[in-house]
Design a protein around this ligand. Structure first.
Ligand code: CP3
Length: 354
């Protein structure tokens, strides 16, 4: 399928943006910067808009989700919006009992540990266009307001989703998930295939509705060895990205602690690799064979440091990013909630002025 005729990429509104040019491996579009978790608790206008509304209810209110997506674009002048949603939204939309608890993260009512549990997930049925309506409506509202600024869609990778589903909530080392992966490989494969299709459908719906790029978050993949990643996770991540492969849109693949996995994460079918702050971008680019655009990797800890330290760090990130065929400046992980938003605005101005 090709993208709809009124899609921002097709109509040329975002095709020549700094973000899309850099994701496509070109350096002629100017420097692009956005921040993971740019919409969120660091912004007073976000806290005001969210007051009294549960996280997942906010995600599924198209007007509110669109407004929250636009807030950091207006305030910071970043080069892209990231759709305000969550990796567990598609789980909620198919009927999984999931909540996002403030300060904790996603919590699953009934953890998924057995073949019967996975069968019950399948019984929930597919993620239909009807169920996705709040998402596609919010994306359409947002891209209409953004004009020539691209919107990035996103989804969670099957492993990170499975880590929540098996553990029942956030965990440090994802031990139960990794035990299942080794002890019951067929159940694991079945769970990851299900998760790949649900999350891939969620991602595709956003792209068709108007996003100009798509990012797959495998936030917890860094807890895996390369061998385990390649054998037990990569096929499902490739399947998830396969849901947008026929659409002419660039994909980004990000995880934390993934220095050993960078090439494998590219090889599941991503155009761009997101790099966390634990590995310098020139080294990341070397590990990627020098042929893959990168995104990253300002250390979020430096956002709270004195400006001269942060400025020197940002300049170093930009310089090292020049080793790659394209570079979109971002953090190595999400904006910490206590961040002073004026610091983010100042980082954007610095990067645009370089
Ligand atoms: O601005 C953006 O980046 C877009 C929105 C976005 C959210 N979640 C909103 C959100 C994105 C891209 C995500 C992805 C997400 N969600 C990931 C992958 C990225 C990453 O951070 O590694 C993961 C692992 C989740 C699961 C999740 N949801 C966590 C760990 C949390 C934080 C819990 C907490 O309160 O600290 C959430 C909740 C969440 N998702 C918030 C936001 C703005 C905070 C909700 C609030 O305001 O209370």
């Amino acid at each position: 399928m090709t993208l709809p005729q009124d899609h921002p990429l097709v109509r040329g509104r975002t095709a020549d943006s700094a973000l899309v040019r850099a994701y496509s491996g070109h350096r002629d579009g100017g420097r692009a910067i956005w921040f993971m978790r740019q919409a969120g608790r660091s912004l007073p206008e976000y806290r005001a808009a969210r007051a009294g509304t549960a996280m997942l209810d906010a995600c599924l209110d198209p007007g509110l989700a669109s407004e929250i997506t636009l807030q950091p674009v207006r305030r910071h002048g970043v080069d892209a919006g990231i759709f305000f949603s969550d990796i567990v939204v598609p789980l909620r939309l198919v009927g999984v009992d999931v909540e996002i608890e403030p300060g904790v993260g996603p919590v699953i009512g009934t953890p998924v540990r057995t073949a019967d549990d996975v069968a019950r997930l399948r019984d929930l049925g597919p993620l239909t266009a009807e169920r996705l309506a709040p998402v596609t409506e919010a994306v359409a509202l947002t891209v209409a307001a953004l004009g020539s600024t691209p919107l990035i869609g996103f989804a969670g990778a099957p492993f990170t989703l499975a880590a929540y589903l098996v553990e029942g909530g956030p965990s440090r080392d994802h031990l139960a998930a990794r035990t299942l992966m080794h002890a019951q490989p067929e159940v694991w494969a079945d769970l990851l295939t299900w998760a790949a299709d649900v999350t891939g459908t969620f991602l595709r719906a956003q792209v068709v509705a108007g996003t100009s790029a798509a990012q797959l978050f495998d936030s917890w993949a860094g807890s895996l060895s390369l061998a385990d990643y390649e054998r037990s996770v990569a096929p499902a991540s490739a399947r998830a990205l396969g849901h947008v492969r026929d659409l002419d849109v660039r994909t980004v693949h990000f995880g934390t602690g993934t220095g050993e996995l960078l090439a494998a994460m590219r090889d599941v079918g991503a155009d761009v690799v997101g790099v966390d702050h634990r590995i310098p971008l020139d080294e990341a680019s070397r590990r990627l064979g020098g042929r893959t655009p990168v995104q990253g990797n300002i250390d979020p800890a430096l956002l709270a440091a004195p400006w001269p330290l942060l400025e020197a760090h940002v300049r170093d990130v930009v310089r090292r990013g020049e080793a790659a065929p394209g570079h979109v400046v971002n953090l190595g992980h999400g904006v910490p909630p206590a961040t002073d938003p004026d610091v983010l605005t100042r980082v954007v101005a610095l990067v645009h002025g370089l």
